[in-house]
Ligand binder design. Structure first.
Ligand SMILES: *Cc1c(COP(=O)(O)O)cnc(C)c1O
Length: 449
């Protein structure tokens, strides 16, 4: 056992980890990375099919990002935006974000992470309605199995039962409707009918709670951590219709989908959604430094900027200069490489074609994707879509086989998910799919023995 593994078990408490189980086994030590590959301490080169945690969109070796951080750290390593100060990287990034985000969104509130974005929107929408003289509009509607981060607001807005069961959450005045997960919950119903039904739960919930009590609805365009759940085509137009009809704000959590993942700058454009507030993090810096931001539509920004009370909210690292400088470099590099166009026109369609081949495997009931994010559903019986029973953790087993076959994929229950760096080439997509097939073969061999 290497000293890293020993000291890791002795001192490091990992996120989302059963500490006891991990310590019995020891962590995998990742020591360096290049392009779309990570290397472990034994020198194994592994294709990172998850882009770290959905964030390393430009891969691990982007020199402009490294240079931007280095130069900014020399010039002004830290200053804040509190007490009427600002600095060039924050101003430059705000301006650039107004350019690349959807029309009509021209203001940003910086945070250090996606979770902090969701804490921010929860407080911001309530402050917005109070400023308009409607302090009773407090309730935020979210969805079961949503992921909005790990802070108290993130967990409360989120819809993951196992998270909500721990640590004294959820916060009050947050309610949930069902998710548009057709494969898992559609029971053979037509996908678009199912999508409409799930969207209309929003209307039912608004009527149940009372329009005068509801502040906002929050959702990921495609649920990421929940298992790459791509809603039926009917879903988002109906959600948009309902949000427009009733006086509630639409918050779109673009933390995963933003910055090119679905083949547009934002998935709000892919699904033709018009968000009032948009949460961004992860791909905003390709993960090189931590940063998040809440993008605010003009009519909301006007209420906030016209209000005579202070918005008593902010973080020490809201608009950290080095993180902002990296985000500016990241956006400019995305523009220089024309990467969004490449995902939409070339690598996204090619990934869809190769990834869908996995559905031919005996364990795979469905393979789906959008842009460069995808999932496969592992089942015991393809004719009925019956899942493996709970004692047989086929997802985790498949994930281990993926690692050992030289590709990182993640397991959400029995759903395997994939979200590679956006710079991945067609040849590398071939390699990713070949390795995934190999891992599926190894998993099948386990299942059969
Ligand atoms: C990762 C994620 C978050 C939380 O972001 P952190 O930076 O981990 O706090 C929030 N929303 C979505 C959709 C995410 O995928």
């Amino acid at each position: 056992m290497s000293k890293w593994i020993e000291q890791d078990s002795a001192h490091c408490l990992h996120p989302f980890t059963n500490f006891k189980a991990l310590n019995a086994k020891g962590s995998r030590v990742i020591t360096k990375a290049e392009g779309i590959y990570i290397f472990d301490e034994d020198g194994h080169k592994i294709l990172d099919g998850m882009a770290g945690l959905w964030c390393v969109n430009l891969g691990y070796s982007s020199q402009p990002l490294i240079d931007a951080a280095t130069e900014q750290l020399k010039e002004l390593p830290y200053y804040n935006l509190f007490f009427q100060t600002t600095h060039p990287p924050a101003v430059e990034l705000s301006t650039l974000l107004a350019e690349v985000t959807p029309e009509g969104m021209n203001h940003v509130f910086f945070t250090g992470s996606g979770s902090e974005c969701n804490d921010t929107v929860l407080r911001m929408v309530r402050h917005y309605w109070s400023s308009l003289g409607k302090p009773d509009k407090q309730v935020v509607i979210s969805r079961n199995n949503a992921y909005h981060g790990s802070t108290m607001a993130g967990v409360s807005l989120g819809g993951m039962g196992f998270m909500r069961a721990q640590g004294g959450s959820p916060l009050p005045n947050i309610v949930h409707i069902d998710q548009p997960y057709h494969f898992g919950e559609g029971n053979g119903q037509d996908a678009n009918e199912f999508g409409l039904e799930r969207a209309r739960q929003l209307e039912q919930k608004i009527l149940e709670v009372g329009e005068d009590k509801v502040a906002a609805f929050i959702a990921e365009p495609i649920q990421g951590a929940g298992g790459v759940i791509i809603p039926p085509e009917s879903y988002w137009p109906e959600i948009q219709r309902i949000c427009d009809k009733y006086e509630i704000l639409l918050i779109v959590d673009e933390v995963i989908c933003g910055f090119g993942r679905t083949g547009e700058w934002f998935a709000s454009q892919t699904f033709n959604i018009k968000p009032d507030l948009m949460c961004m993090a992860k791909g905003i810096t390709s993960g090189y430094l931590p940063l998040g931001g809440v993008m605010v539509r003009d009519h909301v920004a006007k209420v906030l900027t016209d209000a005579d009370t202070e918005f008593a909210h902010g973080f020490t690292y809201s608009g950290h200069p080095a993180a902002c400088a990296v985000a500016v470099a990241n956006i400019k590099e995305m523009q220089r490489l024309n990467i969004v166009n490449q995902v939409r026109e070339v690598t996204g369609p090619y990934f869809a074609k190769r990834w869908s081949e996995l559905a031919a495997h005996p364990l795979v009931a469905q393979a789906r994707s959008k842009g460069l994010v995808g999932a496969i559903e592992l089942v015991k019986d393809k004719s009925t879509n019956e899942r493996f029973n709970k004692e047989w953790d086929v997802g985790t087993q498949c994930r281990e086989h993926c690692f050992n076959s030289g590709v990182v994929l993640r397991a959400v229950g029995d759903t395997m998910i994939c979200s590679p760096p956006l710079i991945i080439s067609k040849e590398e997509i071939d390699l990713l799919v070949e390795r995934a097939k190999l891992a599926l073969e190894k998993t099948l061999a386990d299942v059969q023995s």
